[in-house]
Design a protein around this ligand. Structure first.
Ligand SMILES: [Ca+2]
Ligand SMILES: [Ca+2]
Ligand SMILES: [Ca+2]
Length: 195
């Protein structure tokens, strides 16, 4: 197989899957991530509908958080990728301080896109936000169990570190071979793997 093909296959695998342990069962997550060329970050959907807190836990397992929507451009891009009708969890909550919404990523609120009359904390327990309420992109606060059922969440995470370009690779492979040759006979290569 040509080097370029090997690299291409590696790039498809990077960032496209992860694992999560639920109880004693390890469940494979096949999440497809899309890169936003403006923010440079990767976005994907949790594969099962869940509470907001479970969706956030899944996002963290995959190296991110539920999405922080920083501006109109990011909001528009999310609609273009994931659609403007299905209700999706976003990373906004006032669970820790009623009436004061915060992004779970810790980023400051620089933009809001609430639907008319929202957030209204209906019933006194709406502490988690979803998008696509009433019209494309608009936000609404709802209980942790969602509105008329659970939702999938939008994950946002930083892009993985840059993969060496083919032009650099022969040199790096050469360095690796040199490092292997310096090892004592019988010593083993260490392989680290991120879950
Ligand atoms: Ca963002
Ligand atoms: Ca609330
Ligand atoms: Ca509401």
């Amino acid at each position: 197989m040509k080097l370029a093909e090997i690299l291409k296959q590696s790039l498809l695998v990077v960032g496209s899957a992860g694992c999560i342990t639920l109880g004693t069962t390890q469940v494979s997550l096949a999440v497809t991530f899309f890169t936003n060329p403006t923010t440079g970050n990767e976005y994907g959907l949790t594969d099962n509908s869940s509470t907001w807190t479970d969706a956030q836990a899944t996002a963290q397992t995959l190296g991110g958080n539920l999405v922080t929507i920083n501006d109109q451009a990011e909001q528009n891009w999310l609609i273009s990728i994931f659609g403007g009708s299905e209700l999706f969890w976003i990373g906004l909550t006032d669970q820790s301080n009623e009436g004061t919404f915060q992004w779970i990523s810790g980023e400051p609120i620089s933009y809001t896109n609430w639907a008319f009359g929202e957030p209204n904390n209906l019933g006194g327990n709406e502490n988690y936000a979803h998008m696509n309420w009433i019209s494309a992109g608009r936000w609404n606060d709802v209980p942790n169990s969602g509105f008329s059922g659970l939702h999938r969440g939008i994950i946002e995470r930083s892009a993985p570190a840059a993969v060496p370009t083919p032009a650099l690779l022969p040199g790096l492979i050469g360095m690796g071979i040199a490092a292997c040759r310096k090892r004592k006979p019988g010593s083993q290569m260490e392989v680290s793997e991120r879950a």
